[in-house]
Design a binder for this molecule. Structure first.
Ligand SMILES: Nc1ncnc2c1ncn2[C@@H]1O[C@H](COP(=O)(O)OP(=O)(O)OP(=O)(O)O)[C@@H](O)[C@H]1O
Length: 360
């Protein structure tokens, strides 16, 4: 389920600590049933925004709405927006069962009702058989699952997560994130997730809000954030990109002709509204450049000299000098050629170049 109805609305919210403005007039709608990730470098305000939604901080200005109701001033425990942290924050002296059922206390359920609810959570999170253990007797992944189960046992419709997977090793991190995503979709939960890991954000989210210095730089689907960044900051922060400055010198057929120093490239015009004379930044992802098997001529083809390479498992990354530019190029089928050296010829599909207005 992923309707466009907003479950949470953040409207012109600002928050300062002393003289320092950590959140600057941020507005963001979180659709019901969606998985939204707040992504950005350290100190950009992700955790602060999360704590504002959860009710641990109050905004200095602006409003927060949950299901259409303004919640400014409403204490955290009345918001039904549980927050799961990187530190699992389980009660160390309580068993898995006691930890998970903790939130039910206020409802005063019968023993059987509590057991049924805990059993349902144990099964949902693959924790069957572990209910009698203490947190220290569990792996990191199991502890984090207990933390999720504890957060959701009251049937909450919203789940806030602040770097919840950061303490897990790489493999476990991917496993738990896939489970989390599957569960969020199955239960139709509205999830907000904080990370500074771009791969994680791209893999798990319906929408990503990229933060920069207390403001949202761009909100969009992972695809748009990666392939259609609206600023150099977003393009640079999410993934790796080659950047080049250029000027549009002509329009030919469906293409812009862009002059970048000694290199002239054709860029498919698509939806761009640029005109001849406009100065632009070209954003080119490393995997969008192809290393040719043999020299050829044509549009968007040029030569360079390999400076260094790095084997990344699923590909080899090359740094290729084509003075005055140095290109980063990812070769995803290295088995065919092994490591390349010396002069190579590069080709670039005109549809795979993204244009931004040149930032001053
Ligand atoms: N309670 C506080 N008092 C003073 N300054 C704070 C407080 N909480 C956060 N800040 C400052 O506000 C800014 C944003 O912090 P925040 O924790 O929201 O960043 P973040 O994007 O979550 O970073 P990280 O990824 O490192 O956790 C930082 O400069 C931080 O030092």
């Amino acid at each position: 389920m992923n309707t466009e109805k907003p479950m949470i609305q953040i409207s012109n919210v600002s928050k300062s600590f002393g003289d320092f403005e950590a959140i600057k007039q941020v507005s963001l709608d979180i659709p019901e049933g969606s998985f939204t990730t707040l992504l950005g470098p350290s100190g950009c305000g992700k955790t602060t925004l999360m704590r504002l939604i959860a009710g641990f901080y109050e905004p200095d200005a602006g409003n927060i709405y949950i299901e259409g109701n303004q919640v400014n001033g409403l204490p955290a425990f009345k918001r039904n927006t549980p927050l799961v942290f990187q530190e699992y924050a389980l009660f160390p002296h309580m068993t898995v069962h006691e930890n998970i059922s903790y939130g039910l206390k206020l409802q005063k359920p019968s023993r059987q009702e509590a057991k049924d609810k805990v059993d349902a959570m144990l099964s949902m999170f693959g924790l069957q058989g572990l209910q009698g253990r203490l947190p220290r007797e569990l792996s990191g992944g199991q502890q984090q699952r207990v933390a999720f189960a504890r957060a959701l046992i009251m049937g909450q419709k919203v789940l806030l997560m602040d770097e919840p997977l950061s303490n897990l090793d790489a493999k476990m991190r991917v496993e738990v994130r896939n489970e989390l995503r599957e569960l969020q979709q199955r239960l139709g939960i509205t999830a907000i997730f904080v990370t500074h890991d771009q791969d994680e954000a791209l893999a798990i989210s319906d929408r990503i809000a990229v933060f920069n210095n207390g403001r949202i730089g761009q909100v969009g689907t992972p695809w748009d954030i990666y392939f259609k960044p609206q600023s150099k900051f977003v393009a640079d922060f999410v993934g790796t990109a080659n950047f080049m400055e250029g000027e549009i010198v002509a329009e030919e057929g469906e293409d812009h002709v862009v002059k970048c120093g000694i290199l002239t490239l054709r860029v498919h015009r698509g939806d761009y509204l640029f005109r001849s004379g406009d100065r632009v930044t070209l954003v080119i992802r490393p995997e969008c450049i192809t290393i040719l098997d043999k020299s050829t001529t044509g549009d968007n083809v040029w030569a360079g000299v390999i400076q260094k390479s790095s084997f990344l498992g699923r590909m080899i990354r090359y740094w290729i000098d084509a003075s005055p530019f140095e290109w980063i190029v990812d070769d995803a089928s290295p088995s065919v050629r092994g490591y390349l050296q010396g002069i190579v010829h590069l080709a670039l599909d005109k549809h795979k170049i993204h244009l931004l207005p040149l930032e001053k």
